[in-house]
Design a protein around this ligand. Structure first.
Ligand code: IMP
Length: 431
């Protein structure tokens, strides 16, 4: 029985929502394994739209088990707000349909505060452009071995010592920034608020996943963000604070990598990025505006306008390797409809040298000159196509060229936000 990991292969916002929803219908268990409520997507099911940022997509489908793995940083207030929002829409999330890893680290209000303080204090070139959800500071505490974790809500008597350890660190930081320090009572009150609502979801997720795997259930690992925002493999320091590549599905859930059968990389037919940082094919002129408007490129979580540019095959080839992507789901091809010509970045030039991949340093990444290949656009429409035969010949050529350049086949092709407007080449769950 196949288990599938879905990851973004660019800077996030590749259109994972629709594909994950399509796949979650075929899965028994849907697992989030990194990130937090910095992610965001809208699912449209039977005409009703659901906004999710922390909960796995499976949660809106009856009979699926949704799991938040240990690799996620969990804001308990955001969790409860999302559960309550869904309840208003008639979707009941219960401890039978959602389990949360007892060893996942919590995001507290002090993390959000610190995220905001740092971003606001940073000089223009030093800003990361975070979502200000406290993601970075929460992961720092986890790695610093002072995080409060989900299980601590059930071990109330152990909390004061843990809070003291946390505050030794944070109050020194806040003092240094000239900010008001936090008291242990404030943290306790904040946790007391959510304790009763969160504890019933708490579970030994690694063991639960192993049991479901052995029972032959299909497990879908739902990645958030994209490979270029990965803390190790992304455009550091302009990245998120988790590993977003496919390997994290194992570490962030507790199911070993041998249980993963297929990695699907979601890839947009052009490139976008939100937040700061290098973006070799960025176009802030006519092409970028066209892509942004036609593609409705605004962030789901923060509403920020996304930066846009041509497809960067060198970048995606790199992330195909780093994530071990078996096949891609190519999204938003229809946004390119009507363009006379389309450019694809096939590599870079740096100081007279040709590079086929992104160098690791931000300074070099900023100085890259993309090398483009120009292809003819197509006059017809790809919007809503459900078979290759419905696509203009030039659109098929564009897709084939992308496959060649990134060294991975297209498994799915999405031609509109509607779930039915999908050309399926290979079902990732197929054994
Ligand atoms: P953080 O994850 O809030 O710390 O933000 C770090 C960087 O990741 C910023 O550039 C954000 O814009 C970006 N980022 C975080 N989540 C997403 C996402 O879901 N889609 C796209 N970019 C994201």
């Amino acid at each position: 029985m196949a288990n599938v990991v879905v990851v973004g292969s660019q800077w996030g916002d590749e259109g994972k929502g629709k594909i994950v929803d399509w796949l979650s219908e075929r899965a028994d268990v849907v697992v989030r394994f990194q990130g937090g409520h910095n992610a965001g997507h809208t699912l449209v099911i039977d005409g009703v739209s659901y906004k999710l940022s922390l909960l796995p997509s499976g949660v809106v489908r009856a009979g699926k088990l949704a799991i938040i793995g240990n690799g996620v940083v969990l804001d308990p207030h955001a969790l409860i707000a999302e559960i309550d929002r869904l309840a208003e829409q008639g979707v009941k999330v219960t401890p039978d349909s959602l389990r949360i890893a007892d060893n996942a680290a919590l995001i507290l209000s002090l993390h959000r505060r610190l995220d905001g303080l740092r971003e606001n204090a940073a000089a223009p070139g030093a800003k990361i452009g975070t979502t200000q959800r406290g993601i970075g500071p929460a992961y720092e505490d986890k790695v610093g071995r002072r995080a409060i974790r989900v299980m601590d809500l059930a071990e109330w008597e152990t909390l004061p010592g843990k809070i003291d350890r946390l505050l030794v660190h944070h109050n020194a930081l806040l003092k240094g920034l000239g900010e008001k320090e936090v008291t242990p009572e404030e943290i306790l009150a904040e946790l007391e608020d959510v304790r009763e609502r969160v504890v019933p979801y708490c579970d030994t997720v690694w063991a639960l996943l192993e049991k479901r795997r052995r029972a032959g259930d299909r497990i879908l690992f739902e990645g958030a963000q994209g490979a270029l925002l990965d803390i190790d493999h992304g455009t550091y320091p302009y990245v998120t604070s988790s590993n977003t590549v496919a390997g994290q599905a194992a570490t962030g859930s507790g199911l070993g990598p041998s249980a993963i059968d297929y990695v699907l990389g979601i890839t947009k037919a052009y490139t976008t990025r939100v937040g700061e940082g290098p973006f070799p094919t960025e176009d802030d002129g006519e092409v970028g505006n066209f892509l942004g408007e036609r593609g409705r490129e605004f962030g789901t979580v923060t509403g920020r306008k996304r930066r846009c540019g041509w497809f960067d095959a060198a970048l995606v080839r790199q992330t195909v390797k780093v994530s071990g992507i078996n096949g891609i789901a190519l999204t938003k091809l229809d946004v390119l409809d009507g363009l006379k010509e389309i450019k694809v970045c096939v590599g870079y030039e740096l100081d007279g040298e040709r590079l086929s991949f992104l160098p690791a340093g931000a300074a070099a990444q900023t100085r890259l000159t993309p090398v483009y290949e120009t292809m003819p656009g197509w006059a017809g429409s790809t919007a809503g196509a459900r078979s290759w035969a419905e696509l203009p010949a030039e659109a098929v050529k564009y897709v084939r060229r992308i496959e060649e350049l990134i060294e991975a086949p297209v498994a799915m092709l999405s031609t509109s936000p509607e779930r039915v407007d999908t050309i399926l080449v290979r079902d990732p769950f197929q054994d």
